[in-house]
Every structure is written in structure tokens, then in C-alpha cells.
Design a protein around this ligand. Structure first.
Ligand code: ATP
Length: 136
């Protein structure tokens, strides 16, 4: 059925490696979709929902930050973290958001690494919360 090969890889493991018909991913320039025959393409990935379908089966993952390459009907998504959207722990994300907000409140407007890390953590947490609340 599937005409594309999708791989979603984190530093810990290969989360997805399968044939699919379509992939929709959260690119840094906006969401993009990939079907068979897509031209070679490179994009950053930002925290958001990655969807893919094979036949009538759709799967959804939360992905964080990384990049994606489309080449020769293969879609590679390399990200810091990924989990199935149904496996998002809402309480954990709320706590992560709270921690990030506290850090940002203490260090308002700084451009140091801790500030940027807290901003990135806040973004991950907010996206997890938004997706988890949408599906529950
Ligand atoms: P935390 O501070 O709660 O660890 P984080 O944003 O720093 O959040 P990540 O670095 O994005 O976490 O992810 C680390 C690992 O934990 C990954 O395997 C990721 O899939 C998983 N993970 C993080 N937050 C959640 C969550 N709310 N629900 C389910 N899995 C999560």
C-alpha cells in the first residue's frame, strides 16, 4: 500500500520505520506534506504533531526539534524526542511548563543558554499540552 518509507529517529531509538502513503510534518517554515514522488527537500522540524497514514490507518506522534530530509521516496525525521500523542503525560507536561515559566520569570529577557533552554522547554510543554487536551 505505502509508497514512501518513513523513519522517525531520536538519539534513543528508531521510533518509526515503515511504509506509508503520506506524511505531514511540523516544519520550521510551516506544516508540510509528503506523498510519493516528492522532490528532494530539507526542512527544520519544530515541536508539533507528525501524522502519517498507511491505508486507512493514521498515526500521530508528538515530535520536538530536529530536521527532516525527503529523498528518493524516503522521509527521514531526526528529532530530539518523539512520543505517540496518545502517550503524552499531561501532568508531566504541565509541570515542565511550570518549571520553564519560573525560570523565564527569574531571568527575563536574558540571551544566555539557560534562557534559551527554558524557552525551548516551554514550547515543548505547551505543544504537548495543546495536543493532549485536543485528543482527550
Ligand atoms: P521533562 O522536563 O518533563 O523531561 P522535556 O520537554 O525536557 O520534559 P524531552 O527532552 O522533550 O522532555 O523528552 C525526554 C523524553 O521524555 C523523551 O523520550 C520524550 O518522549 C519523553 N517525554 C517528555 N515529556 C513527556 C510527556 N509529557 N509525556 C510523555 N513523554 C514525555
Amino acid at each position: 500500500m505505502g509508497k514512501l518509507h518513513l523513519e522517525v529517529v531520536t538519539p534513543e531509538k528508531v521510533m518509526v520505520s515503515q511504509e506509508v502513503d503520506i506524511v505531514v510534518a511540523p516544519g520550521t517554515m510551516g506544516e508540510f506534506g509528503v506523498l510519493e514522488g516528492h522532490v528532494p527537500f530539507l526542512s527544520g522540524i519544530e515541536p508539533g504533531e507528525l501524522r502519517f497514514a498507511s491505508g486507512n490507518q493514521t498515526e500521530r506522534f508528538l515530535v520536538t526539534t530536529g530536521f527532516s530530509e525527503v529523498f528518493d521516496n524516503k522521509v527521514s525525521v531526526l528529532v530530539d524526542a518523539a512520543e505517540k500523542t496518545t502517550e503524552i503525560d499531561l501532568e508531566r507536561a504541565r509541570k515542565a511548563m511550570e518549571r520553564a515559566r519560573e525560570r523565564l520569570a527569574k531571568d527575563r529577557g536574558g540571551e544566555d543558554i539557560d534562557f534559551l533552554r527554558a524557552e525551548a522547554a516551554l514550547k515543548r510543554a505547551m505543544v504537548r499540552i495543546r495536543i493532549s487536551e485536543k485528543i482527550n
